[in-house]
Design a protein around this ligand. Structure first.
Ligand SMILES: Cc1cc2nc3c(=O)[nH]c(=O)nc-3n(C[C@H](O)[C@H](O)[C@H](O)COP(=O)(O)O)c2cc1C
Length: 372
């Protein structure tokens, strides 16, 4: 039994641990003849890479990806393209410091996975959390870079919209800002505040959570299926599967519980191009588990990093009460680096459903329907 594989038609299987020699994934089911270079993948990995600012872990990992298989030079164009065979992607770990973890070898870090791994498997790799380490998410980002190319015209973007209790001002939202500050924050003013706020958290040896919003543009209508293949259910599972994620919303999410039916209705009108236009998007671009063609909008909540410099009560693996404090290098807000990871997971879900839709339905059904 193994649960390291994502997806049905667009699939990837990730491998590796935080302190092993390498991590990576094998992407299977990617259609042939899609232009793909290591640079395409590296660009995305560089956005998740640690050690890029004082607000993320100082572990220095170049996260240089190697494409080991599944690509070939297309003679007609001279471009490197996918061949339709498994695409193996490998990223070497170069900056492991196992001694940082010797003090927590037998003590369970509250909020981390050591206890549950021990209960289930009878052992756990305490060095950086082993398989529970977010190093594994580099493999997801690499797979996501391939997935982005599968759906023509698809653009998946994400932004940090809340850090600790502090939300952004949505009226100042500017996608161009996201790559200009170290927080992937679309509100320049709030990003300036986050610098001093997170400096305080970091210097206190503490940590905070965050909320990330992920948006997909260019999603064709019709992706997803009733009832166990609902697009929103698969997006929720994919985002929830990211380390430290404790909540997911689609569209207006939990806010809809307090709305009236009138306010929540995404009313429709015919557009000038003969296609329907939705007058709002409370549903987040999905109805009945199937995409409407609007923006797909999801949000996920990331808990505060469990590694903190303040002593916490715990037990050890011999059954003694003790205390633990985590030394080593950690992100004071793991939500920051979760931004490109959320994008990657959404891209993978959409690529998978795009191929599933094409496999079952083929050409889109005619709409508007002809008069009878
Ligand atoms: C980008 C990223 C970096 C992370 N870095 C750390 C870290 O330095 N220390 C830590 O305790 N947890 C870190 N985590 C969270 C743990 O991987 C996660 O909490 C742990 O595996 C337990 O799983 P759970 O929180 O999903 O239940 C990170 C998560 C992400 C998304």
């Amino acid at each position: 039994m193994s649960f390291n594989t994502f997806g049905q038609l667009f699939r990837f299987t990730s491998f590796g641990e935080s302190h092993g020699p390498a991590i990576g994934c094998v992407v299977d089911g990617c259609p042939p003849r899609i232009p793909l270079t290591a640079e395409d993948i590296q660009r995305e990995l560089d956005r998740r890479r640690p050690g890029q600012s004082r607000f993320t872990t100082q572990r220095q990992e170049p996260d240089a990806v190697k494409i080991l298989s599944g690509v070939f030079t297309d003679e007609a164009t001279g471009r490197q393209v996918t061949t339709g065979t498994p695409i193996a992607l490998m990223i070497e770990n170069v900056d492991q410091r196992s001694k940082d973890y010797s003090e927590i070898k037998d003590k369970y870090r509250p909020g981390h996975a050591g206890y549950t791994y021990d209960i289930k498997y009878g052992l756990h790799d305490y060095r950086g959390g082993g398989r529970a380490s977010a190093r594994e998410t580099a493999a997801r980002v690499a797979a996501g870079a391939v997935a982005r190319k599968v759906v023509p015209g698809l653009v998946v973007r994400a932004a940090l919209v809340q850090m600790g209790p502090h939300k952004i001002d949505r009226s100042r939202w500017d996608w161009n800002e996201v790559d200009r500050n170290p927080f992937f924050c679309p509100d320049a003013e709030q990003a300036t505040f986050f610098e001093s706020y997170l400096d305080g958290v970091r210097k206190a040896g503490s940590s905070v959570g965050a909320v990330i919003e992920v948006v997909a543009d260019g999603v064709p209508p019709g992706l997803g299926a009733p009832v166990y293949g609902k697009l929103d259910a698969d997006i929720a599972a994919a985002l929830m599967g990211i380390n430290a994620v404790k909540g997911v919303e689609i569209g207006d999410g939990f806010t809809t519980a307090a709305m009236s039916g009138e306010d929540n209705a995404d009313e429709m009108r015919m557009g000038n191009d003969g296609k329907p236009v939705f007058l709002s998007n409370h549903a987040g671009g999905i109805l009945g588990g199937i995409s409407t063609g609007q923006l797909i909008v999801a949000r996920f909540a990331v808990k505060p990093t469990s590694s903190i410099l303040t002593s916490r009560r715990t037990v050890d693996s011999r059954g003694n009460d003790t205390e633990v404090m985590t030394k080593g290098r950690h992100d004071p807000c793991v939500g920051i680096r979760a931004v490109p990871i959320g994008e990657a997971m959404l891209a993978c879900v959409l690529a998978d459903h795009y191929l599933r839709h094409r496999g079952q339905v083929g050409e889109p059904a005619p709409w508007p329907k002809p008069a009878v």
